[in-house]
Design a protein. Structure first.
Length: 558
């Protein structure tokens, strides 16, 4: 992966580092005992990485014969001219990254060790995981292409309690930057985390029980006052057979200032989420190499998305009739009967970059599927797409009435020698009767009640598919099957209860930070949303929406 630009390490501040190590012992595991990556090399620290109040002391030792230890406290790698460790404990009074290296005869010997110590003024506890991000006084990130160095520690509950006064489950080096489109302006800000090793290269590591990877997202629950809409939709999609990211809850503290972590840094409950990418742990597709320029290798794997008015390069251009009308805002722009039939805003996510042959091949494949939908009578579209995934994606989109259904964060993927599939699912905080979502049943003004025939459009795909009686017969059959299983009222209630139950204590702090009245007011009438002031009331709004929506779909699905 090519690193994007990172912020410079500011003079006078200690660079924040995310690192992974044996936090229970403060030194590297025995050789061969584990494949878990570690930032503890050939210098051992007497005090494992942790938070502290007032001050903390760290001693260093090495087993390398005849070696002296050089160390730094500013985040830089040690050199032969760095401070010499004399055997006396190093006393720390502020958040500090200790980096140490053994030297023999003035030459570096063995591998670097990194320890991280975060100053705090609080003794925060929770019955769900706690995640701390400390940005070492560099301020709040505002760009999505500049990584700030940052220190992250995670505490998982032990005997039901996570405490930042205890040793962290994980302590990590990383970079972080703001992410999202409109969501980057939320008072509770979303971020992307990239875990780094001692050389600032990607470090794959398990986070909160999720499979190891270097890339993670902190997604705010700010506009979802149930706090469960994304996990609800993702787990439902996974159980249906769709691709969707894993997510875990955590109470998050973010410190942008050059001071100790304190109560003011509490940011509420976030979804700690996998990102969408092609690897063994996530969307597991064949890996395209630059040299893959002919069949069968060139046929996959690819991930792309439609991102209306927000797609970035590389974009694939449709050939044929005039493009669809441009985006006109929430609920506006581009009915399928207002102009062309060519897709717009298609962004390739993986691989990036593509070579010319891969771009041409993928464009032609999508174009063949697209053209089959626009034939009269409709062509053999099933040659190109995996029908079960397209059908399940429609059912998810119509059940949730996601504001951006089909047009933004609308992902598709194609593996080698396989058909095009819908997914992975992404971004359902504006759905299921929440902020910005539609009513569960049709309203006045020509609303048909179906998102696939709504005001916004990027490709006509679902308008054309739903116009085919054979496709809709399969949708009806699948929906009927699901109503007796995953979409039964009992199954819906069980999913909501299992997701919400662990939050009953943490939600008190989250709602104190982000009360419903403030959230609704901050939308300035642009999004609106349910005004129930309590968490229980917000959950009931979601329950009522799902029940009403399913009853309407029962009666109106063609």
């Amino acid at each position: 992966m090519v690193k994007r630009a990172r912020s410079a390490r500011p003079l006078g501040f200690i660079s924040i580092t995310f690192f992974a190590l044996c936090v229970a012992c403060g030194q590297a595991p025995d050789e061969g005992s584990s494949t878990t990556p570690t930032l503890i090399g050939d210098v051992a620290f007497s005090t494992p990485s942790q938070t502290f109040k007032d001050q903390i002391q760290v001693e260093m030792t090495t087993a390398i014969e005849g070696a002296e230890i050089r160390y730094t406290l500013d985040g830089q790698l040690p050199t032969a001219s760095s401070a010499l460790y004399t055997g006396e404990p190093v006393t720390l009074t502020e958040t500090t990254q200790v980096r140490a290296q053994a030297f023999v005869g003035g030459a570096a010997s063995g591998s670097v060790s990194t320890g991280l110590y975060i100053a705090r003024t609080i003794d925060a506890t929770s019955d769900i995981p706690i995640l701390v991000v400390d940005g070492y006084g560099q301020g709040q990130p505002t760009e999505d292409d500049v990584y700030f160095d940052a220190a992250v520690m995670i505490w998982e509950p032990v005997d039901g309690v996570a405490s930042i006064a205890s040793l962290p489950t994980l302590a990590m080096r990383a970079g972080y930057h703001v992410r999202g489109q409109s969501s980057r302006n939320f008072p509770q800000t979303p971020y992307r985390l990239e875990l780094w090793d001692n050389n600032d290269e990607d470090l794959d590591y398990e986070v909160l029980g999720m499979p190891a990877d270097s890339d993670w997202a902190l997604i705010p629950t700010y506009y979802d006052r149930t706090l469960i809409r994304n996990p609800f939709t993702y787990t439902l999609g996974q159980d249906m057979g769709l691709e969707a990211p894993r997510v875990e809850f955590a109470e998050v503290y973010l410190n942008y200032d050059a001071r100790s972590i304190g109560e003011a840094d509490y940011q509420g409950i976030y979804w700690v989420s996998e990102t969408i990418k092609n690897n063994k742990a996530r969307t597991d597709l064949a890996q395209l190499e630059e040299s893959d320029r002919e069949l069968p290798a060139i046929s996959g794997g690819y991930i792309f998305k439609f991102d209306q008015a927000a797609a970035e390069e590389p974009q694939l251009t449709c050939t044929g009739s005039e493009p669809l009308p441009s985006f006109g805002g929430f609920g506006g722009g581009g009915r399928p009967d207002e102009g062309g039939t060519c897709w717009i805003d298609l962004e390739v996510v993986d691989p990036d970059p593509l070579n010319d042959e891969q771009e041409t091949w993928l464009t032609q494949y999508i174009q063949q599927f697209h053209d089959s939908l626009h034939q009269t009578p409709i062509g053999d579209y099933a040659t190109y797409i995996d029908l079960p995934s397209f059908i399940d994606y429609l059912i998810i989109s119509e059940l949730t009435l996601n504001v951006d259904a089909y047009v933004r964060s609308s992902y598709y993927f194609k593996d080698r020698d396989q058909k095009l599939k819908a997914g992975p699912l992404w971004d359902y905080n504006f759905a299921l009767g929440g902020v910005g979502a539609q009513s569960a049943t049709p309203e006045s003004g020509g609303d048909t009640g179906w998102r696939f025939s709504g005001q916004r459009n990027v490709n006509n795909w679902y308008q054309k598919l739903t116009g085919d009686p054979k496709f809709m017969a399969q949708v009806r059959a699948r929906y009927t099957e699901l109503r007796g299983t995953l979409l039964s009222e009992a199954a819906i209630e069980e999913r909501m209860s299992s997701l919400s139950a662990p939050l009953s204590q943490a939600v008190v702090r989250d709602f104190a930070k982000w009360p419903v009245s403030d959230v609704i007011e901050s939308s300035e009438g642009f999004l609106g949303g349910p005004t129930a002031p309590t968490w229980e009331g917000q959950l009931q709004v979601m329950r009522d929406f799902i029940r009403t929506r399913l009853a309407w779909m029962d009666a109106n699905l063609p």
